[in-house]
Design a protein around this ligand. Structure first.
Ligand code: LLP
Length: 421
């Protein structure tokens, strides 16, 4: 569900005409819908009515301050994976006791920062990390609340690059070893066992992998308590898939279906449940707006060359991801089959391959849908292209929430050593 729709023949984000927005801000640009973000958060939260839950939005999906502030205002907690994300969450007004810190490679400086901020929980991913955290906490006279991230060895049946719940990946601690790690945790100074954590992957579109993983987690909580640990919360991570294709039935992604599985396994345990959804909250709340530069005929193919590229949205080339492409001002035109490509000098620079779309003309605007999650945050300046600006729409209002930089700023990041001056 989202708030991008045609009004009077022009695609709008809520009340904002996207052709006007493109004129005003320039393309390419990211545009997010406040109403969509709010709705997704509320629908997710409401799915667990009656349970004690904390929704810790995964900052990595979209870390713009305005997006974080929107969610913080709704009461969201946040899951962070770096000091940068932790600082972003705090800057957006998220209380430290609503922040979980995930990730396999937290540095000492990052853990120290989290300790000084008194965050809710460190999701620990290895014994050496646990020991390092214990030393830091003890030296500071603090208690680090921890959950061990377990790897349930469940195939989430998603793209290999975003599957994290199988034993072959670098994530979590195998269930077979996790009991010993809890024992170690309970023996270490500065460590307070507080929960259990897992996250099995992203863009998961079936319930069965969650069902399997949750069954293992719930059984494991029983074991841990028999061992004498107090498991106050269970963090189930994120990973809920979103519909990327128009033909995907939106209903099958509804959080209520996921919540039913959660309730079945964890309802009887009556623990606080933490969730870390990222994509579900912001994915379909954002588009990448781009202008057609040229339409080029190849020998076998047609190429629609647009002003957005893989540096702006890397998902199609990195994960073979499908993003719907809509014309901002549709007019009667014959369909063509084309590759929609950017100006970057790589064959891998594409936004869509063999896509059927109404024949566009130079100057036309296209909207790349479902680009709100893992879009702007994964952008770079390859080919010395400026980062695309980000715009947040709120009803009939919009604001540039990250301006396009300047070439002087881009080049000014480099410093000339003395011997070249
Ligand atoms: N929690 C942890 C510990 C995570 O590693 C992730 C995502 C999440 C929560 C949020 O998962 P979500 O609800 O968004 O699926 N760049 C890739 C996705 C990478 C996901 C990484 N971890 C993409 O564009 O598909």
């Amino acid at each position: 569900m989202h708030h991008f729709a045609l009004k009077n023949g022009v695609l709008h984000a809520e009340g904002i005409d996207l052709s006007v927005l493109a004129e005003t801000v320039g393309t390419p640009l990211y545009c997010y819908s406040t109403a969509t973000i709010i709705r997704h958060y509320q629908v997710f939260k409401a799915a667990f009515e009656g349970l004690r839950t904390l929704v810790c939005y995964a900052v990595k999906a979209n870390s713009n301050q305005a997006v974080l502030k929107t969610l913080a205002g709704l009461g969201a907690g946040m899951d962070v994976v770096s000091e940068g994300e932790l600082r972003r969450a705090r800057a957006a007004g998220v209380a430290a006791d609503k922040i979980t810190f995930s990730g396999i490679g937290k540095t000492e400086a990052e853990m120290a920062y989290g300790l000084d901020e008194h965050i809710l929980c460190f999701n620990v991913e290895s014994e050496p990390e646990l020991v390092a955290l214990s030393k830091l906490a003890a030296a500071r006279g603090k208690q680090a609340r921890i959950a061990v991230r377990v790897n349930p060895d469940v195939d989430p049946r998603t793209h290999a690059k975003i599957a994290t719940g199988t034993a072959e990946t670098k994530f979590g601690i195998p269930l077979s070893r996790a009991r010993a790690v809890y024992r170690l945790a309970a023996s270490l100074p500065g460590i307070a066992v507080s929960g259990l954590d897992m996250h099995i992957g992203s863009q998961i579109t079936e319930l069965a992998p969650f069902d399997d993983a949750f069954a293992r987690a719930a059984a494991f909580v029983g074991q841990l308590e028999a061992d004498g640990h107090k498991i106050e919360h269970i963090d189930l991570g994120g990973g809920l898939g979103i519909p990327y294709r128009e033909e995907d039935p939106a209903e099958s992604f509804h959080p209520d279906r996921y919540a039913k599985v959660v309730r079945r396994h964890f309802g009887p345990l009556d623990r606080k449940l933490i969730f870390e959804p990222g994509r579900l909250i912001v994915g379909n709340a954002g588009i990448l707006l781009t202008r057609v530069l040229y339409v080029k005929q190849g020998l076998h193919k047609t190429f629609v060359i647009v002003d957005a590229a893989m540096n702006d949205l890397v998902r199609p080339t990195l994960y073979e991801a499908h993003h719907e492409i809509w014309t901002v001002r549709p007019r009667p035109a014959a369909d063509i089959v084309a590759d929609v490509v950017g100006p970057v000098c790589e064959t891998g620079d594409f936004l869509a391959l063999n896509r059927t779309l109404p024949e566009p003309h130079p100057g036309d605007l296209l909207a790349i849908l479902s680009a709100g999650a893992y879009g702007a945050v994964q952008a770079g300046t390859y080919n010395s292209r400026l980062l695309a600006p980000e715009v947040l729409v709120n009803g009939d209002d919009f604001a540039v929430i990250r301006p396009r930089g300047t070439y002087d700023q881009l080049i000014g990041l480099d410093k000339i050593p003395a011997w070249l001056r």
